[in-house]
Design a protein around this ligand. Structure first.
Ligand code: IVH
Length: 679
């Protein structure tokens, strides 16, 4: 539809008035549709409102405001999520698993308040199995949304959260709330998760393991337009900061947040005393399976805010709240077969193929039997009746044999079921591994991992294509991917000229993914997605990383001895070094994508102690890193500077012993301003 058909006003004043009107209408219909499930206009009528607003904004771009419904989906990709420090720590909850523990919690609360005989008023809420996020609003407008992260710092994922239709970009009129922070759980509804996975399977994309993983993978996706297509939703459960209004209970906060347009769970109740709480929790034990979202328990919170304050928190958990976790779902089934899988590292894993059963809303047909020791301990064989458990996001497990229907125990083969090479136990490892590094099963999984979303993200390189490439002996090691020619792949089954070309371009593009993804793609033990980012932040290139010894590596925050050792042995392996050389020669970028603006701190190592006044530690670290320096967590002979804030810790003594140059905050600032290190 064109601009004329909407009769876009020619005067800016009229346009502004109409734009305001349209925004308000769209917000109203969004609430009706997404929050109340009671749409009052047709989809077409709604689309027309949005299109008219778009036409207006196109003609008068100055009318575009950050809270405009047209601003939900950002079209540009995000380079890197910024780290944000939370206004107050995002604590986690202590867990309980039975009535007794809940009663003990109640006793502790009463004791803490010195009121042994009072019936405490509790709020009981479903514990949504998703991801904790914080949303900050200023003057009613959403400014920032972030992940929980480690509780102190999270990542700024505002553009992604803006795509979630149930997150208001602007608070509803009529609430006293204005400048606030709220916290809640982002999740994916069960039905929409199933539908999305079905579509992914049809498009030969990997399905997500469960709604939680899908939500987690989505909120940190760098492309908000991809996020917008995934069905995310949110429940808000905490008013963590407010500058207006006066609330004396959590219950009143929940009510006000609802009034402000947030989605607050409909099964939250107020109960007097722990017995009523327990009764409500039990009521949901089975009923929870009927919900359209996954919950893994219930959260019990003291209702009075003055009590919450009085009880306070430990370093990890508040003392006024607790989570109750429902027991994992268990059912019996029959082992129809036992399959032996060969993993990326050659590990043989026995998998029980089960007579399909329904467990917490999903069909379970396979369960891990782990390894030989487990097989023997449980005495499992084909034909046995077994008890199967599915706990949260973990793969279903066989707990025990309930009826032995067969003789003896299943024996793991002594040869790899895929390539026939010896399968051996090395050292005192429990696992049996195929010793052939070129085993097709291993190669396939290494390549799959390399191509996966969090690694090089080569969409067209799914399991089926990889299988064919490996079968035809076109790919044996990762670098082979970058040598593929069109004529070699065009004849593979279901691969036309166009898809062959697309695949080659995607492989070519993956060369620029940078160090973090390359490191993750190698599948080094203990180096997951997060660790590879930590490493890429600390080293400019793979060469720099390869030069380090274990001690150097362990000076990096978060790198422990196992990770350090694993990196050393990976880079010490001749095959791996050859692979890295080859990848470099083929043009794969193994430099850190960290933007380096200057170099005046090149090679210098910094350590912080005490609290800084002008910057947060992450800001200061970033400035150092951008200038080529490194930040490590502990002082050693290799440390060049200790930056000392208020109340320095024992690192100061260590620095004095080592003769490290000690800088106060002003001196540090001076270096940054002058862009040079004093002699
Ligand atoms: S309250 C200090 N309420 O569970 C209060 N958390 O282990 C902490 N969660 O990190 C949060 N549903 O991500 C709260 N109704 C609910 C919740 C909930 C899910 C998550 C949240 C938190 C974790 C606690």
């Amino acid at each position: 539809m064109t601009e004329e058909e909407f009769q876009v006003p020619s005067s800016k004043k009229d346009a502004k008035r109409r734009a305001e009107e349209l925004k308000e209408k769209i917000r109203y219909h969004d609430r009706k549709y997404y929050l109340e499930n009671e749409p009052v206009i047709s989809d077409h009528e709604y689309d027309m409102l949005v299109k008219e607003l778009e036409a207006l904004e196109e003609k008068f771009p100055e009318l575009i405001t950050p809270d405009s419904p047209t601003q939900r989906v950002l079209s540009t990709e995000i380079d890197e999520f910024e780290t944000v420090e939370h206004m107050s720590a995002m604590l986690s909850l202590d867990n309980t698993y039975n009535h007794e523990e809940l009663k003990e919690f109640d006793k502790r609360v009463k004791k803490g308040l010195g009121s042994e005989h009072e019936k405490i008023s509790y709020i009981v809420e479903p514990k949504i199995d998703g991801l904790g996020v914080a949303l900050f609003y200023e003057d009613k407008i959403l400014q920032r949304g972030s992940t929980r992260g480690d509780g102190v710092r999270g990542e700024d994922i505002t553009p992604n959260l803006k795509t979630v239709p149930t997150i208001p970009l602007r608070l509803k009129e009529g609430t006293v709330l204005n400048t606030i922070e709220v916290r809640g759980e982002v999740y994916m509804p069960r039905d929409l998760f199933e539908k999305m996975n079905q579509e992914r399977i049809e498009k030969e994309k990997d399905p997500f393991a469960n709604p939680r993983n899908a939500a987690a993978g989505t909120v940190r996706n760098k492309d908000p337009s991809v996020v917008a297509e995934r069905p995310l939703d949110i429940f808000i459960y905490t008013l963590s900061h407010h500058e207006e209004g006066n609330f004396d209970t959590h219950w009143k906060c929940l009510k006000e947040m609802k009034k402000a347009g947030f989605k607050v769970n409909e099964n939250i109740v107020k109960k007097e005393g722990i017995d009523e709480v327990i009764e409500y929790i039990d009521e949901w034990k089975e009923k929870k399976e009927e919900l359209n979202y996954e919950i893994d328990g219930m959260v019990v919170k003291g209702n009075r805010l003055d009590y919450q304050e009085e009880l306070g928190a430990t370093s990890k958990h508040p003392r006024w709240a607790i989570a109750y976790k429902y027991p994992a779902m268990r059912k019996t089934s029959i082992v129809e077969d036992i399959e032996v899988q060969v993993g990326r590292t050659g590990k043989l894993t026995p998998i029980a193929i089960l007579e399909p059963i329904q467990l917490s809303g999903t069909t379970v047909e396979r369960a891990s039997l782990h390894n030989e020791d487990e097989l023997e301990r449980k005495e499992v064989n084909v034909g046995d009746k077994v008890l199967v458990e599915k706990a949260g996001e973990i793969i279903p497990q066989v707990i025990k044999v309930t009826e032995k229907k067969s003789e003896g125990v299943f024996e793991l083969p002594r040869n790899c079921p895929v390539c026939g090479s010896d399968a051996k136990k090395i050292g005192d490892e429990v696992a049996r591994r195929c010793i052939n590094a070129n085993c097709p099963a291993q190669v396939k999984q290494k390549i799959e991992h390399w191509a996966s979303r969090n690694a090089m993200d080569i969409e067209g390189l799914g399991p089926k294509v990889i299988e064919k490439l490996v079968e035809k002996d076109l790919v044996r090691v990762i670098p082979d991917l970058y040598k593929l020619q069109k004529w070699q792949i065009i004849h593979l089954e279901r691969m036309g000229e166009k898809s062959a070309q697309n695949l080659l371009s995607e492989i070519e593009e993956s060369k620029d993914q940078g160090l973090a993804r390359v490191l993750y793609g190698f599948g080094i033990r203990y180096v997951g997605s997060h660790m590879s980012q930590v490493l890429a932040k600390n080293f400019r290139s793979i060469e720099e990383l390869m030069e380090e010894d274990a001690e150097d590596l362990m000076r990096i925050d978060e790198v422990g001895p196992e990770t350090a050792q694993s990196l050393i042995s990976f880079f010490g392996d001749e095959q791996n070094r050859k692979m890295i050389d080859e990848l470099r020669a083929l043009g794969v970028d193994m430099e850190s994508e960290m933007e380096r603006t200057e170099d005046f701190l090149a090679g210098k190592r910094f350590v912080f102690t005490g609290a800084l006044d002008q910057y947060t530690r992450s800001e200061a670290s970033e400035m150092i890193e951008r200038a080529g320096g490194r930040v490590t967590s502990s002082v050693s002979g290799a440390t060049d500077f200790l930056i000392m804030g208020e109340n320095p810790g024992s690192k100061l003594d260590r620095a004095k012993e080592e003769g490290t140059t000690i800088l106060n905050e002003e001196e540090f600032q001076e270096i940054l301003e002058k862009r040079e290190i004093p002699d």
